[in-house]
Structures are given as structure tokens and as C-alpha cells.
Design a protein around this ligand. Structure first.
Ligand SMILES: Cc1cc2nc3c(=O)[nH]c(=O)nc-3n(C[C@H](O)[C@H](O)[C@H](O)COP(=O)(O)OP(=O)(O)OC[C@H]3O[C@@H](n4cnc5c(N)ncnc54)[C@H](O)[C@@H]3O)c2cc1C
Length: 338
């Protein structure tokens, strides 16, 4: 690494910032890259997420084609890691899942991944009686899960090993970065609401319960945001809630009671599971997810935020586009200096 190579900052150390930094290091060897964030690892929203690869209809890019490209590219990125012996250390696992509903067939379908995952099929009548009661509709599908409690440290270790730097700091304006960096990636999740004054970015409050359930090997989804998702280390995630424009980061005991009741009705064996933690996370919801360049306070910025409830699964696809935009900005910069 020499002093003439571009100086790049990635603001944010959640799944988006870490994935952007990882892809950047692959694309631009010998570059000075610094990750700057005020919260890391278990303090990020990314570590609250179960991290299942199952997009909802509220995940949107600027066009249908771009949304699908982000999803497909993300799937390929995760599959490439899943095929290596590093998959468990990176927090990746394959998981099969049932999704049931008493009310609608369409909620059990998923037009965004039915052609992508190895299996997506309507359930047989007998399968509707497997657990819970009164299900009328259901699908069975295979997918993957990415646990950020392992993925983030795995990326951080390799990032530092390749010469990347980490700074713990809150950024209050892009102007403060002007003299230090040639390019900045803004991966601040909900932080972008203040940093960019973005009124289109809204919190979708989530709350989950982590329980010890090493016997659980499948994921289950039901009506009213009910989900039970196994973890690589035997800790399952029970959810959930989806509260629009709610910024309360405290655990709500009424939400916890409702989540437990719904999940235990679904799988009664969970009544005996030991509770490890109650967690809250504010999903950074924006339509569309913002992946675009902007010059702010004289700084070249590439935004990559607003992934809502799907940032873990779709981090790679959006990060690939953000990195491409950033590399093009650097190259046009170099050309204009010739
Ligand atoms: C309950 C729940 C369940 C979920 N389940 C799933 C799921 O199954 N699958 C899925 O794909 N997604 C899921 N999600 C969504 C997913 O967690 C988010 O989309 C994703 O974590 C967003 O990542 P991020 O890196 O943008 O944000 P974050 O993880 O919040 O990281 C933001 C980073 O930016 C830093 N930052 C912010 N502002 C500043 C500033 N001014 N200066 C310096 N640093 C700053 C923070 O410190 C942090 O490091 C779930 C979310 C919740 C809450």
C-alpha cells in the first residue's frame, strides 16, 4: 500500500458496511480502506436479525430488474461461501422452512425467490397438521441463514488481515471527512436519517426473543409476523413485530408476551426453552433502498442504506453495485487529473 493510493472510508460496521468493505478489498487491492462506526458487532441492528434469506414484497430497488439482480447476486455470493469449509465460521447454514397461513395463500408464496432456491413447493394436506392448528395454506422451501454474530467478526478479521483499518467514531457531517478521504461509502443504516436528513428513511421496529433450542432444525413462519428460526449454535430466534415509524429501542414486555404466546402455540416444545435474550432492532426501511452516488459537502459519497427487514440477505447484491459506482467515481477522478 502506498501513499498515492486512494483513501476510502466506509461509514458503518453493520452487515452493509462490512460487506461493502469486503467487496472493495477484493476489487481494489492495495487501497487504504478505513471502516468508521460508533457501534460494532452485537450493538448493531444486523446482530438482532435472524438473517434468513427470504425477501418480502417491501424490499425494493429502483426497478423490478434491479431488485431481482440484487437478490440473485446476493444468493450467489452466499452460495460461494457456503461451499467452502469457512461457512460455519462465517455464520452460514442451509435451512428448510415451512410457511403457513390461516388466511391467505399468497402470503405463503414468494415471487422473488421461487425460481432461485432449490425447493419451493405448496405443501401436501398432511403437512398442514405438522404443528400448530387450523392452517389452510402452506409452502415448503429451502434457503440459507446468515448469522451476523459470526459473519461480522469473520469479515472484520480478514479485513484487518489485508491491511484495513478500523476507527470507532461517530460522524456528524460529511464535511468532517473531506480532507481525509477521496471516497466515502455511507452504510449507516438508520443513522442516515440524521446524517443525510433523509425523511424517506423510516424505522420498522422489531423485537425478538433468543432461546436455547438445539433440537430445532427447521424454520417456521405463521400469520401476524410469527417466526421461529433455528441458529447455527443452537440458539433460535422467535419473532416478531413490525412497528412502522416506532423508534423505541427498549424491550416491550407486552411484545415479548405476545411473541412467546404465538410461537409456543405454533411449537409447544418452546415453552421449556431457556430464554437467552430479548432484543430490539430498528429496521432501516426505505423504498427504494438507496444505492447511489452524491457529492455532499465536497465529498464523493456512495450511499448504501435503507434495506429494511432484508439487509442481511441482500447486503452483497447492493454492496456489489455500490462498489462499482465508487470504483467508477475514482476512475473518472483519476482521468480528470491526467
Ligand atoms: C428483528 C429483526 C429481524 C430481522 N431479520 C432479518 C432477516 O431474517 N433477514 C434479513 O436479511 N434481514 C433481517 N433484518 C434486517 C437487517 O437486520 C437490516 O436490514 C440490516 O441489519 C441493516 O444493516 P445496516 O448495516 O444497514 O445497519 P446496522 O446494522 O444498523 O449498522 C449501521 C452501522 O452504521 C453505524 N453508524 C450509523 N450512524 C453513524 C454515524 N453517524 N457515525 C458513525 N457510524 C454510524 C452504526 O454504528 C453501525 O455500525 C432484521 C431486522 C430486525 C430488527
Amino acid at each position: 500500500m502506498d501513499n498515492s493510493s486512494p483513501r476510502i472510508a466506509v461509514i458503518g460496521a453493520g452487515v452493509i458496511g462490512m460487506t461493502v468493505a469486503k467487496i472493495l478489498q477484493q476489487e481494489l487491492r492495495n487501497t487504504n480502506i478505513t471502516i468508521i462506526a460508533n457501534e460494532f458487532l452485537e450493538d448493531t441492528v444486523s446482530c438482532v436479525a435472524a438473517g434468513i434469506f427470504r425477501p418480502g414484497t417491501s424490499f425494493k430497488g429502483p426497478t423490478k430488474d434491479i431488485t431481482k439482480k440484487w437478490i440473485n447476486n446476493s444468493w450467489s455470493f452466499w452460495q460461494d461461501i457456503l461451499k467452502t469449509p469457512e461457512a460455519p465460521e462465517a455464520g452460514l447454514m442451509s435451512v428448510s422452512s415451512y410457511i403457513f397461513s390461516k388466511e391467505n395463500q399468497f402470503v405463503t408464496r414468494n415471487h422473488l425467490i421461487e425460481d432461485l432456491v432449490p425447493i419451493y413447493r405448496t405443501v401436501e394436506k398432511d403437512e398442514l397438521k405438522l404443528c400448530g392448528e387450523g392452517w389452510k395454506y402452506g409452502s415448503y422451501f429451502s434457503t440459507i441463514k446468515i448469522g451476523c454474530d459470526r459473519y461480522l467478526p469473520w469479515v472484520e478479521k480478514s479485513f484487518i488481515g489485508k491491511g484495513g483499518k478500523i476507527e470507532i467514531k461517530k460522524i456528524d457531517s460529511f464535511a468532517s471527512l473531506r480532507s481525509k478521504f477521496d471516497l466515502v461509502f455511507n452504510c449507516t443504516g438508520m443513522g442516515a436519517k440524521v446524517l443525510c436528513g433523509d425523511h424517506d428513511l423510516v424505522a420498522l421496529r422489531g423485537q425478538v426473543i433468543k432461546v436455547k433450542a438445539p433440537w430445532l432444525k427447521m424454520a417456521f413462519y405463521g400469520d401476524y409476523d410469527t417466526y421461529i428460526i433455528p441458529g447455527i449454535d443452537g440458539v433460535a430466534t422467535l419473532g416478531g413485530v413490525r412497528q412502522y415509524d416506532s423508534y423505541n429501542k427498549e424491550v416491550c414486555k407486552y411484545d415479548s408476551a405476545a411473541i412467546l404466546e404465538r410461537c409456543c402455540k405454533f411449537l409447544p416444545a418452546l415453552k421449556k426453552a431457556e430464554i437467552v435474550a430479548h432484543q430490539v432492532g430498528l429496521r432501516p426501511h426505505r423504498m427504494p433502498v438507496r444505492v447511489e452516488p452524491e457529492v455532499m459537502d465536497g465529498v464523493k459519497v456512495v450511499h448504501c442504506y435503507g434495506h429494511g427487514g432484508y439487509g442481511v440477505m441482500c447486503a452483497p447484491g447492493t454492496a456489489m453495485d455500490a462498489v462499482k459506482i465508487g470504483v467508477d467515481m475514482l476512475r473518472s477522478n483519476a482521468r480528470s487529473k491526467m
